[in-house]
Design a protein around this ligand. Structure first.
Ligand code: SF4
Length: 391
């Protein structure tokens, strides 16, 4: 079983903070769709084992997938259903931007089998939306949530926090207002100052000052406590879900499942190999014209990488099973790192229940550091220690 991720590399306008690959010139949309259809066939041909074509989740991300016409989606779904075995219960998500007219397409989305909508709201405060250079207003975002809920039950809303001028009050207003609606999932991301983005330049030019770690922590815990009060489970650093509505697509990543990435810059992971597609629309199209998969590079996942990634993905989400880890790597975490894990538990960063080491809300906040400490311990024990990883 695997997941499929499809990267739609078009946006109406580039947001100031965004590091994802997307272009605002839409003249190549038709060409891109033709290439994508061909990439689906090329990829399916490259997968030799039939059971590898069983697909449990499909995720349209970007970019702004909601820019595409329903005709384009129709073609994409035809190609997917023709080339892969799409499970009847398949979770199919599409990311939608409230600044695109996606609500007029909701009925058709449903008819294609899409059953989960993820809305990029980011904030309901007009000043914060302006700061983020989003293309939609707060009213458009609210209307998008309302209309989507009249068609779909499984709805996620994305928000961004720790904006330079954000206060506890403005963040609370956004959360309160969003939670008036019966959304089933919320993803909350701390604003990241990615190198090369206009936002990063603003920091370099001292036009804005990022929030301190303490302020970031304060706002993070504000979100955590508010969502927990409303019966959302905090099941990954940035993700909260009502019972039965965790994102299966993302769970597959965190559980180290296999996935196929389609579209420029998309990543894939299967047969112990991670690969990434070309991060250029023209080069992507050219590669497919030559009947080759548009892969830019790949790495084989050896034991060391596998250990690092399993610890990282486990701790950031559902935790690490001590017995499964021992079975796979021959390492008993409970004995080689008992002092470390006990100190995490003592300081409220983790819990050990039955067989599972799982981070608490406080632990999630410093997840990277904890991952580093545990990884170092395991690799040193095995004598294959690459001591300083950067994440
Ligand atoms: S809409 Fe999304 S993908 Fe497009 S620029 Fe903004 S954040 Fe990036």
């Amino acid at each position: 079983m695997a997941g499929i991720y499809i990267h739609i590399p078009f946006c109406e306008k580039k947001c100031i903070y965004c590091d994802f690959f997307s272009v605002t010139n839409k003249s190549l949309i038709d060409c891109f769709i033709s290439s994508l259809l061909k990439e689906i066939t090329l990829l399916a041909d490259a997968i030799d084992k039939v059971d590898k074509k069983n697909v449990e989740t499909i995720y349209f991300g970007g970019g702004t997938p909601s820019i595409l016409s329903t005709k384009a989606f129709d073609k994409i779904f035809n190609a997917l259903f023709k080339n892969f075995n799409i499970n009847k219960q398949c979770e199919i998500t599409i990311e939608c931007n409230p600044g695109t007219d996606f609500t007029s397409k909701l009925a058709e989305f449903k008819s294609f089998g899409i059953n989960r909508i993820s809305i990029g709201v980011q904030s309901l405060n007009p000043k914060e939306l302006k700061f983020l250079t989003r293309i939609h207003t707060r009213n458009e975002a609210i209307e998008a949530i309302q209309k989507t809920l009249s068609f779909f039950e499984n709805v996620n809303v994305d928000i961004i926090f720790s904006l330079p001028n954000q206060t506890r009050e403005t963040l609370l207003q956004t959360i309160d207002e969003i939670l008036r609606y019966d959304i089933k999932h919320l993803s909350a991301y701390s604003l990241i100052y990615e190198e090369g983005t206009p936002l990063h330049n603003k920091v370099k030019n001292k036009e804005i000052t990022p929030k301190s770690d303490e302020e970031d922590y304060d706002l993070y815990m504000l979100i955590v406590s508010n969502l927990k009060e409303k019966n959302f489970e905090h099941y990954e650093i940035s993700n909260f879900a009502k019972n039965g509505f965790k994102s299966l697509h993302n769970l597959n990543y965190w559980r180290y499942g296999e996935y196929y990435g389609l579209g420029p810059s998309a990543h894939s992971f299967w047969d112990n190999k991670r690969s990434w597609n070309i991060r250029s629309l023209r080069k992507y199209i050219q590669a497919i014209e030559k009947n080759t998969l548009p892969v830019e590079g790949f790495e084989n996942i050896d034991t060391e990488k596998r250990i690092i990634e399993k610890i990282m993905l486990g701790l950031r989400a559902e935790g690490i099973s001590i017995s499964k880890f021992q079975k796979e790597f021959g390492v008993d975490l409970a004995s080689i790192s008992s002092d470390l894990i006990q100190s995490w538990v003592r300081y409220g960063k983790a819990q050990v229940r039955d067989d599972q080491i799982k981070l608490t809300d406080e632990g999630y906040f410093i997840c990277n550091k904890l991952v580093l400490d545990l990884t170092e311990r395991v690799l040193n024990y095995l004598g294959i220690g690459a001591t300083h990883q950067t994440w």
